[in-house]
Design a protein around this ligand. Structure first.
Ligand SMILES: C[S@@+](CC[C@H](N)C(=O)[O-])C[C@H]1O[C@@H](n2cnc3c(N)ncnc32)[C@H](O)[C@@H]1O
Length: 227
């Protein structure tokens, strides 16, 4: 499943879906057309993307179902929504947007797709009493993405779960395992060239973490080259 399609499907049945940083609003349009989302809010910090969003909304005949709002994060969002997608941004930017909008997020479902810094985002969410209720790993045009779905509820997670994703670790699907198998093999190959002892130890630790993720399913494929 493609990234946009998966994001849209995760909002299934929402009464009002907010797409923060909507760009072309493709996710919102897909969600309303195919996944029983009743209406939506397309929002972005810049007028350029909102102009493109407006064009796509008109083309899809959804002007009566999608409100367009210029807003930095949740700042100008005063309309009702039950689900919010924040996708295609850095993890730290997503964290800052959520942090500034915390007062508007009780009882909401958040569908997040950080392009990087997944650990930092999960850690922030955990410290601020968001519970991860689902996670997905996905390949789109050969690029690896992780999607994290949360609601406002407390949970306890280990550092390992925050780093690799509590539900991704449970699912251990092929895309997730292959991603870490590639990382393992790459690090295993270059490791011998690392002379700095501190860095070398960090990489050994990382190799051992990857190994613990992989060994149940891919034990026969991993061979630790150095001890
Ligand atoms: C790379 S696009 C991602 C578009 C779409 N969400 C997706 O996943 O394909 C990131 C969008 O986020 C918007 N953006 C960045 N910072 C924002 C903020 N603080 N509030 C709202 N939108 C923001 C940018 O203007 C841009 O349109």
């Amino acid at each position: 499943m493609q990234r946009i399609e998966l994001l849209a499907s995760l909002a299934m049945g929402s009464n009002s879906l907010l797409d923060l940083g909507c760009d072309h609003a493709y996710v919102l349009i897909e969600a309303i057309k195919k996944y029983d989302v009743k209406k939506g809010i397309a929002s972005d910090i810049s007028n350029g993307p909102l102009k493109m969003a407006k064009d796509s909304i008109i083309k899809s005949n959804l002007e009566d179902k999608i409100e367009i709002i210029l807003s930095d994060g949740f700042k100008n969002i005063n309309s009702y929504f039950d689900t919010c997608i924040i996708a295609g941004m850095g993890g730290l930017l997503i964290k800052d947007i959520i942090d500034a909008g915390l007062s508007k997020l009780d009882n909401k479902k958040l569908i997040l797709e950080p392009n990087n810094k997944q650990y930092e985002l999960r850690k922030y969410l955990n410290q601020n009493e968001f519970k991860i209720i689902d996670e997905y790993s996905i390949l789109d045009q050969n690029k690896y993405y992780e999607i994290i779905v949360v609601i406002k509820e407390k949970e306890i997670l280990s550092e390992f779960e925050l780093k690799y994703g509590p539900i991704l670790l449970k699912k251990r699907d092929e895309i997730f395992l292959n991603y870490y198998l590639n990382k393992y093999n790459f690090l295993n190959d270059i490791y011998k060239d690392i002379t700095d002892p501190k860095l070398r130890n960090e990489k050994i630790e990382l190799l051992n973490e990857y190994k613990s993720i992989l060994e149940d399913n891919y034990g026969e494929k991993i061979h630790f080259k150095h001890n």
